[in-house]
Ligand binder design. Structure first.
Ligand SMILES: Nc1nc2c(ncn2[C@@H]2O[C@H](COP(=O)(O)OP(=O)(O)OP(=O)(O)O)[C@@H](O)[C@H]2O)c(=O)[nH]1
Ligand SMILES: [Mg+2]
Length: 219
């Protein structure tokens, strides 16, 4: 299992670096998806399911970012997908320079769809453009339906929203109508996918969307 230590980017202009990386990834035909959520919302579990379901159709790699440990990258590698673990030197987000370093170390040859599993929190990752072609966030049922009110930026910056742990809905006082109203108020065009990565419910719609986006990116 390869792990690399990253340090704060020296450059001041993250937005410019992010745009450059995005253009290079477009040239290479690799769609990078920046996957963001609170800690424990189900990012690694969702990625594991996507790899199992989609690997026959497209080639997937995962850049795992954490402050410590390499358990997530180990889980992805155990599924046979390319992965690398990066440590962020205590920082709570990935920026474009750090993403570039991680992708270069991991290698993108023969990859169609690369995921960046960002650091688990709803605040910092939303503030930095990573150079991804698509921003995807997860909000899980146990976190509650008020999260769009408290952390609006990530909902505004995301192209897609996975509502995860749908199998847990009967056990929580999560009001789906209120939640959806709050999300759509912040971002009327966001694509919403209620799923359970445990039971597989809702996964097909998310997978079809990701396949379409990957093909569009390569076109
Ligand atoms: N019931 C249920 N549990 C889930 C689901 N998805 C993930 N979990 C559980 O939620 C916990 C956290 O899942 P992870 O996939 O590790 O979450 P994460 O977002 O990658 O966590 P960090 O990387 O630490 O931020 C684990 O115990 C998973 O088994 C789901 O769809 N349903
Ligand atoms: Mg994880």
């Amino acid at each position: 299992m390869r792990t690399i230590e990253l340090h704060r980017s020296v450059t001041e202009s993250n937005d410019r670096d992010a745009e450059k990386l995005r253009q290079e990834l477009k040239q290479k035909g690799v769609l990078l998806v920046n996957l963001m959520s609170a800690a424990g919302s189900g990012k690694t579990t969702l990625l594991s399911r996507l790899i199992q379901d989609l690997s026959a159709k497209i080639r997937i790699a995962v850049l795992e970012a954490d402050i410590e440990a390499s358990v997530d990258a180990e889980k992805i590698e155990a599924l046979g997908a390319r992965s690398i673990q990066v440590h962020t030197d205590g920082m709570c987000h990935m920026d474009a320079g750090m993403t570039r370093q991680g992708l270069e170390e991991m290698g993108l040859s023969d990859i169609d769809l690369a995921f960046l599993e960002n650091i688990g929190n709803l605040i910092c990752p939303a503030e930095y453009d990573t150079g991804a072609g698509l921003n995807l966030m997860i909000s899980s049922i146990p976190e509650g339906d008020d999260k769009p009110l408290k952390y609006p930026l990530m909902y505004q910056k995301s192209d897609g929203l996975v509502i995860s742990k749908l199998d847990a809905l009967p056990y929580f006082d999560f009001d789906m109508t209120k939640f959806l109203d709050r999300v759509r108020f912040l971002n009327p065009s966001i694509q919403i996918f209620p799923v359970s990565a445990k039971t597989g419910e809702g996964m097909e719609a998310l997978e079809n969307w990701l396949l379409t986006k990957t093909l569009q990116w390569k076109a």
